[in-house]
Every structure is written in C-alpha cells, then in structure tokens.
Design a protein around this ligand. Structure first.
Ligand code: NDP
Length: 391
C-alpha cells in the first residue's frame, strides 16, 4: 500500500483543515502518519481546532484567514515549532508552499484565490471546493492547463465519474449521470419545506457535512452546483449531464457509454473514500470507511428530480446555459441566501427565490478575467442582500 512512501513521506497542505472535508482528510493522514508530512493547515476563525490539528500533525505552518485571530493562534502555538500567519495574503502563500498534494476544502468562493495559488504551483490539487469552479470555471480550468496542474475531483459524484470515465476515448461517452440523495426534504411537501428550520435542513439523511453544503443539499442547489462543476471537469456537453435521485447514496454517479454499457462507482456514503482516492492517486490506499455490503439494502431506488419542488436545478442549468457571469452570480447569491437562512433571517424557500431574483436583477456578460469574477461576486452579494432585506 503506502509502504514505499515510508521513507519519503508525501508532503500535504490542507486549505480548510478545520471543516468537515479537512477533518476527514486529517483522519486518513492520522491513520498512516509516517506516510505524510503536513506542510500547512488553514482555517477561517477556528483557532482552537487549527492549533490542535497543527500540534497533533506537527504542521510546519498554521494559517488563519481572519487576521483578528492571529494573536490567539500565536498564543495557542507558543513554544511549538510551528510557524503562524494570518490574512488573505498568508492564505495564498500557504497554498503556494511546496507541498506535493493540496486539499482545496475551503467552503465557498472564499476558496477561489488560495485554490488558484495552489494550481499555479502546478502540483496535485484535490478539489472539494466546488464553488470555485462554479464562479470561475473556464478561467480556472485554463489556469490548470497553463500551469500543468493535476486537478483531482473530491466531490463524491465527480470522484465517481473520474474513476469510470474513459478519458482516452471521450467520444465513446454518451452521457454522465450525477446521483443525488434528494436531501432531507425529498418526501416533504412544499408547505412543509416552507416552514423548514435550519436544524431540519442541515440534517442530511446519508452524509455528515458542513452547514453550507448540507443546506445546499436540502435545496438541491448542491446538485445544481455539481452540474456546473461536472461540465468544467469532464469533456461533455451540457445536454450530456443528467441528474437522477437515488436516496440510498450507494451509487455515487455513473457514465453511460455509446454501446449501452453503464459504468458506476459504488461505496458507503463516507467522504473518506473519495478523499483517499485523491490522496493516494494514482494508487489506492486503505481507509477505515465501512465496506459496502449490498445485501444490507433491500432495494435501490432511482427517480427523476421534482423540478417544481427543487427549482435550484433549473436555475443552475439556466445559469450554465447563459454562461459568462451567470454562474458567478448564482453562486454568490446562494452563499448569501444560505447564510441568511442559517441565521434565521429568511425562510427555506426564500433561499432559491433570492438566487432567482438576483439573477434577474443583474445583466450577465462574458467573464473575461479573474478580477471580474471578484467584482461580479461582490456585486451579486450586495444585490442578494437587498433582495433578502425585502423579504
Ligand atoms: P465546512 O464548513 O465544514 O468547512 C469549511 C472550511 O473552510 C473550514 O476550515 C473553515 O474554517 C474554512 N473557511 C470558511 N470560510 C473561510 C474563509 N472565508 N476563508 C478561509 N477559510 C474559510 O465545509 P465542508 O468541509 O463541508 O465543505 C468544504 C467544501 O467542500 C465546500 O465547497 C463543499 O461544497 C465541498 N464538499 C464538501 C463535502 C462534505 O462532505 N462536507 C462533500 C463534497 C464537497 P473555520 O472552521 O475556521 O470556519
């Protein structure tokens, strides 16, 4: 397995180490500590967890995005041989430190700059942060090409497709199908969804994830974002990407070939499986994840998504079809709306309504440079906030 790396540990950096994906990544590293050398760990504000992780994994650097947390982090790590830094610039620099493998697991468009910094080093970037690709897809993929970086999809659906897609013969692919659990409200009425609380929305039936992606799963905006993500990651056209509800989350996605063969990747709903795939790539490494036992399932269900209950799917498709700045606007408005919902300022159905209203209020244009991504992202956040203030 990893024995050949024992005397040559793989150097790794985790952007967003204190989050759900970050902790799962460190869990895998902790299972085989001599195989890895942690270069940098980063967080936004969670000083306690970041310091704990940095000490346990003997990181060279601990970097906190929020500069006001610098003093606390410095104090928490005093006497340890760990370098401390804070702020956006420090985050970008952490992403550029010489690590063979960088996990991009910051949540939201805030992850774009550090992820790009890691890409520009030309190494391996394991991409969990789907919002980066949604808000800057073409530009980001161009950077991947320009810098000869290797982008490994960590999102379970895209990781599944990555495992079964024949990249040598893309023309042999008829379509790709992203599976979706349907989230906690798959069997709820619109009336019930209207009254949904943040606690209900984050209670995902199969996956244990951060708050933002859990709400995205409940609105199914997550699948919309993944639709856009898939378009950028794989050589397929928009009309070759399907979405199917599969409540048991056993099949993580599939590729249909022109001869009628369908190749799928299956596994327990445990993010350590796709993370380990990217961590060990091109080898496979052992994980503590429960092995799939298909006999435990009496049945596997599949159904078409209800587009009336989950308009986020339509909005994401439309945004990708419109192109240019539309996906950037969609993503920024969604982030603002999810945050407002989690704070109890708007209702559950207002999340997607905010995104739709923001998209109608801002005229879309071609997206020509990364500076424009940030400008449009800022503008969409202001418009979305105004929409929310009116609710
Ligand atoms: P979490 O909310 O659990 O963690 C987010 C991480 O990003 C934390 O380390 C957080 O630090 C950090 N962070 C948040 N805001 C900022 C900021 N402004 N600047 C710098 N760092 C920041 O998210 P998840 O781990 O659930 O998700 C991470 C990404 O992976 C998302 O894009 C999500 O869509 C994607 N993903 C997640 C999956 C999952 O199972 N969770 C599955 C597939 C994809 P702090 O702790 O200090 O707030």
């Amino acid at each position: 397995m990893l024995n050949d790396t024992l005397h040559n540990p793989k150097t790794v950096t985790i952007l967003g180490s204190t989050g759900s994906v970050g902790c799962n990544t460190l869990d895998l590293i902790g299972n085989n500590p001599e195989a890895y050398k942690v270069i940098a760990l980063t967080a936004n504000r969670n000083v306690t967890k970041l310091a704990e992780q940095a000490i346990r994994f003997n990181a060279e650097w601990a970097v906190i995005a929020d500069e006001t947390c610098y003093g606390d982090l410095k104090a928490a790590l005093s006497g340890k041989n760990i370098k401390v830094a804070a702020g956006q610039q420090a985050l970008d620099e952490a992403a550029q430190l010489p690590a063979e493998w960088v996990m991009a697991s910051i949540v939201g468009a805030a992850g774009l700059r550090p992820t790009l910094s890691a890409i520009r080093r030309g190494g391996i970037v394991a991409l969990a942060n789907k919002e980066c690709l949604v808000c800057a897809g073409d530009l980001m993929m161009q950077e991947v090409l320009d810098h000869k970086a290797t982008l490994l999809p960590v999102d379970s659906e895209h990781n599944a497709i990555f495992q079964v897609f024949d990249f040598d013969k893309p023309d042999s692919v008829e379509s790709i199908t992203l599976t979706a659990s349907g989230g906690p409200f798959i069997n709820s009425s619109l009336e019930e969804m209207k009254k949904a609380t943040p606690q209900q929305a984050v209670a995902h039936p199969n996956w244990d994830m951060g708050a933002k992606i859990s709400v995205d799963s409940a609105t199914m905006m997550n699948k919309g974002l993944e639709f856009i993500e898939a378009y950028h990651l794989f050589p397929v056209k928009q009309d070759q990407i399907d979405i199917i509800i599969h409540p048991q989350s056993v099949i993580h996605s599939m590729v249909t070939y022109r001869d009628g063969s369908v190749l799928a990747q299956l596994g327990s709903p445990d993010m350590r499986i796709p993370i380990s795939y990217s961590l060990g790539w091109p080898k496979r490494v052992e994980t503590p994840a429960k092995k799939l036992d298909l006999t435990e399932f009496k049945r596997l269900d599949f159904m078409k998504p209800d587009m009336e209950k989950f308009p986020a799917l339509r909005l994401a498709r439309e945004a990708l079809h419109l192109g240019g700045t539309a996906p950037t606007i969609l993503n920024a408005a969604n982030e603002v709306a999810v945050f407002a919902f989690l704070e109890g300022r708007i209702g559950f159905l207002d999340i997607v309504a905010t995104v739709e209203e923001t998209l109608t209020q801002i005229e879309t244009s071609p997206l020509t440079c990364l500076r424009m991504v940030h400008a449009i992202d800022d503008e969409a956040r202001v418009v979305a906030q105004n929409v929310i203030d009116r609710f």
